[in-house]
Design a protein around this ligand. Structure first.
Ligand SMILES: [Zn+2]
Ligand SMILES: [Zn+2]
Length: 136
C-alpha cells in the first residue's frame, strides 16, 4: 500500500468556537449537493468534501448532532456548532463515510473541481451546470 499524499488544512465556524485541522488528498472529492435534505437543513446548495478515516481533528464536545433518515433510508448524522449552528460534518452510516462542509475551510483555493449530486432529482431552476459536472 502506498501512502497517499495528504495536505493539512485548518478551518472553523463563524463564531470561532469550532476550530479543526483536516487532512485532504491533493485532489479531494468535492460535491455540490442539491438534495432536498441539504436544502431544508441549510437553506440551499451546499459543498461537501469526502473525508478519509481519521482525517478530521476536532473537539467533538463543541458539536451538536442531528440524525435523520435520508434518501434510500440512509441514516445520516449531521454535526454543527453548538453556539452558532454552522454545519460541520455529515456522516452517512450505510457507507461509513463522513463529509466536511467545505465552506468552513479557511483556505478554499485548492478546491478547484466539484461534482454535483442529486442535481437531477432536485435543483433550483436557475442553477445550470455542464453535463461533465454531474456525478456519475
Ligand atoms: Zn444533500
Ligand atoms: Zn460556531
Amino acid at each position: 500500500m502506498t501512502e497517499k499524499k495528504m495536505i493539512k488544512y485548518d478551518g472553523g465556524c463563524i463564531c470561532g468556537e469550532i476550530k479543526f485541522t483536516v487532512k485532504l488528498d491533493e485532489k479531494p472529492r468535492v460535491f455540490n449537493c442539491h438534495c432536498v435534505d441539504c436544502r431544508k437543513k441549510l437553506g440551499g446548495i451546499i459543498t461537501i468534501i469526502q473525508l478519509r478515516e481519521n482525517a478530521l481533528e476536532i473537539d467533538e464536545s463543541k458539536l451538536s448532532t442531528f440524525t435523520h433518515s435520508g434518501g434510500s433510508k440512509n441514516i445520516i448524522t449531521k454535526s454543527f456548532c453548538k453556539k452558532c449552528a454552522a454545519p460541520v460534518t455529515t456522516y452517512v452510516e450505510k457507507w461509513g463515510v463522513s463529509y466536511l462542509y467545505a465552506g468552513l475551510l479557511n483556505d478554499i483555493s485548492s478546491l478547484k473541481h466539484a461534482k454535483n449530486i442529486f442535481y437531477k432529482e432536485s435543483h433550483f431552476p436557475f442553477m445550470k451546470i455542464n453535463e461533465e459536472e454531474l456525478s456519475t
